[in-house]
Write a protein that binds this ligand. Structure first.
Ligand code: UDX
Length: 447
């Protein structure tokens, strides 16, 4: 059977991984993005962000003509293909609610293309949108612009994406589950058969549901994961008040309970990134609008707001209250390892607070330094290696759990720092070994 042609609107993490994923399996993919620079880079086979596993397949897809990216030509991309994934950004408004301007713009253009098409076409919303968006906002726009009825004239699905940055491509190719929110059975079945062909024998378990349930599943998943993180960070803060307690041991043992599970119980400096902070806020705002207060999630957020500042408190405890003129080394700028993304990175409030307290900050990250330069400009120094970062420092804060930082030994700190003081914000070092050689403290470690 001839493979359907796929269009992807918006080439952020979700869009680009979807586009490259389908192209790598032999589909013809036409993407469109309203940022010309992104499209130009993609057409040269250059990824627009650091993501393991993506570069070669993107290059290959562009070279063999399976993937091209248009600049702001949603209509053309949709017209020339059989099924469309909409993966545009859904940023936050200043009150935390979701901003749907790009989703609406895309829906208008997709609708215009549908108006010119005779063949049945399925539109799949992949962007994270609050419950009700696909049914109450996207569908009416599509119907108005296409002058067709949803169901008979075109298909509509909501298919949330659960990929993680740093393993985005791998997650796209091997999903834990597929959630297919469908306007009608015909739309959902069309999307399911596309995925059956895509995944073959490795077809993930699939849930068919309504459009708004699919939308809520994405928010419920991210909110629960964020809750696990804030929960364990709260326990970590308690551990610090209990001599001999260690949150890592607590988390390991708690995670052995099959009902709880071991994942997302790593205590640290809080969650960042493009999803958890934004999605928790958007769900709180959406629910508030519906007259229900998500008080548990409000608390998840508050814990996450103060957690990074624990690192600065540790600094003050260890260096004396006055940080003026103290030289602080920061290892890790990205919001997590294997990415250059710094959106909502926990290092941002940490560095801002250190600067406010008069400290001199030098930072190093294997890939995120160019991003950091756009945020901090010349307010901090940037080192070219972990060792260079440690040189003459009074204190070091480990912020991101990069593999190369895990390999550092106590000697790397003692030999290079002015005072060997280390704050492990992600619990990557063995407290016993490190405490013997340097002044060592860590999140969730009782004194
Ligand atoms: C997340 C979801 O995992 C993914 O399913 C969704 O599609 C998008 O949002 P991502 O933001 O890429 O993915 O990163 P993730 O690995 O989930 O980590 C998010 C943040 O939580 C990071 O700042 C990370 O450091 C932090 N985290 C994660 C912890 O502090 N402790 C943990 O145990 C796990």
């Amino acid at each position: 059977m001839k493979k359907p042609k796929i269009s992807v609107i918006g080439v952020g993490y979700v869009g680009l991984c979807t586009a490259v994923g389908f192209a790598s399996k032999g589909y013809t993919v036409i993407a469109s993005d309203n940022v010309a620079e992104k499209a130009t880079k993609i057409n040269k086979g250059i990824p627009i962000f650091h993501e393991p596993g993506l570069q070669n397949l993107l290059e290959e897809a562009v070279e063999n003509g399976r993937l091209k990216c248009l600049i702001n030509q949603t209509e053309k991309a949709v017209f020339d293909t059989d099924l469309t994934f909409v993966a545009v950004g859904t940023p936050s408004n200043s009150d935390g609610s979701i901003n749907l301007q790009f989703t609406e713009l895309a829906a208008h253009d997709v609708g215009k293309a549908l108006n010119k098409k005779d063949a049945y076409h399925v539109v799949v919303i992949k962007s994270t949108v609050v419950p009700g968006t696909t049914q109450d906002i996207v569908k009416p726009i599509l119907e108005k612009e296409s002058k067709k009825k949803c169901g008979s004239g075109f298909g509509l699905c909501m298919n949330p994406e659960f990929l993680r940055q740093g393993s985005a491509f791998e997650d796209t190719m091997h999903a834990d589950r597929l959630v297919i929110g469908e306007y009608d059975k015909k739309s959902g079945d069309a999307l399911e058969s596309l995925y059956e062909e895509f995944y073959g024998k490795n077809m993930p378990p699939t849930v068919h549901t309504s459009l708004s349930t699919a939308e809520l599943i994405k928010y419920a998943s991210n909110s629960l994961l964020a809750t696990k993180i804030s929960f364990i960070n709260m326990i970590a803060n308690l551990c610090e008040k209990l001599p001999g307690a260690d949150v890592k041991v607590v988390a390991n043992a708690v995670g052995l309970d099959k009902r709880i599970g071991p994942l997302f119980l790593n205590a640290g400096l809080g969650y960042g990134g493009s999803c958890f902070p934004k999605d928790v806020k958007a769900l709180i705002a959406c629910s508030k609008n519906l007259g229900y207060r998500l008080s548990l999630l409000e608390e998840v957020e508050s814990v996450n707001e103060v957690q990074p500042l624990r690192a600065v408190e540790f600094c003050k405890e260890l260096l004396g209250n006055n940080l003026t003129g103290k030289h602080v080394a920061i290892l890790g700028l990205a919001f997590k390892a294997n990415t250059d993304d710094m959106r909502e990175a926990r290092v941002i409030p940490i560095i801002n607070q250190l600067i406010k307290e008069g400290a001199n900050v030098t930072a190093y990250d294997p890939v995120a330094t160019p991003t950091a330069k756009t945020i901090f400009q010349n307010k901090i120094q940037y080192a070219n290696s972990a060792i260079a970062c440690l040189k003459n420092a009074d204190c070091c804060i480990l912020v991101t759990e990069w593999e190369e930082f895990k390999k550092l030994t106590p000697a790397d700190f003692t030999k290079n720092m002015k005072q060997p003081i280390l704050i492990d914000g992600r619990r990557i070092y063995n407290p016993e070994t490190f405490s013997k050689k340097l002044k060592f403290t860590a999140i969730g470690l009782g004194k």
